[in-house]
Design a protein around this ligand. Sequence first.
Ligand code: G3H
Ligand code: 13P
Ligand code: ZN
Length: 325
Amino acid sequence: MADRLYAELGLSNTREMFKKAMAGGYAIPAYNFNNLEQLQAIIGGCAESRSPVILQVSSGARKYANQTLLRYMAKGAVEMCRKELKSEIPIALHLDHGDTFELCKSCVEYGFSSVMIDGSHHSYEKNVELTAQVVEYAHKYDVTVEGELGVLAGIEDDVKAEVSHYTDPNQVEDFVKKTGVDSLAISIGTSHGAYKFKCKPGEVPPLRFDILDEIEKRLPGFPIVLHGASSVLQEYVAMINQYGGRMENAVGVPEEQLRRAAKSAVCKINIDSDGRLVVTAIVRKMLAENPAEFDPRKYLGAAREELKKMIIAKNTNVLGSAGQG
Ligand code: G3H
Ligand code: 13P
Ligand code: ZN
């Protein structure tokens, strides 16, 4: 094996995290971040609740924050966590929805400890080929790889009707065997963003736990990943609407369904939209209530504090990862 490039940043890959999560019946949170305040809130919240954490970066986030700056933000976050917060929680840096071999390779070189290659929009054969290529490269550096089978429903799609988007359990064994992936993202009816289902808040969304059960049977003990897992917390949607925003019929995955997933083979739960909602809600409220304020530290600092609280609550009450770091 070549050098573990990610070790220079003090990071861990996801192998050991997933093994423990599987045995302990909980899920590791994968929180997306794009900026300093989100990163501070994630590390602060996970250190305080003693939760292992996956810092997740999309290709859009990498462009937004700059690839070099991101590398040192991650390094700095680990160092802050160890030296100042006195916490030894495992921290992974993961590429979310990588779409090309070149992007995954670049992230490995910049110190990511885990990458996702999302070939789910390609044919099955092309997905296998692309994923296997990324695995072969990443494993040389001990970087773990997440693949995806099945396409997450788009925001406009009616999840109930789009049966063809779900992961086909008949493909999972073959995919894992041929590609060598370390974890598998599946589609059971969740989708990205704040408008996941056509049902009203309070109604139970039609997630296909039967597909998850079937996948677990085919791949016993294998780590499964759930994307599109924000709950779209209604208190923040209401706050956004109260302070000048307009988000109608925003609906997410109920916490009860996430608790059920976390106890199963789902070892990684992806959360981006809930973080966005918290920040937007608090910034809107702060600016509306303090029209003369023009110091970004005031409103971004308040958003950061609320985000940290939300993260602690998720780790503790939903994912079960609190106390496991
Ligand atoms: O999977 C989607 C994530 O929420 C990342 O979103 O591509 O807008 O950064 P983004
Ligand atoms: P949400 O939009 O539900 O937060 O999902 C995020 C995600 O899956 C990132 O890959
Ligand atoms: Zn996703």
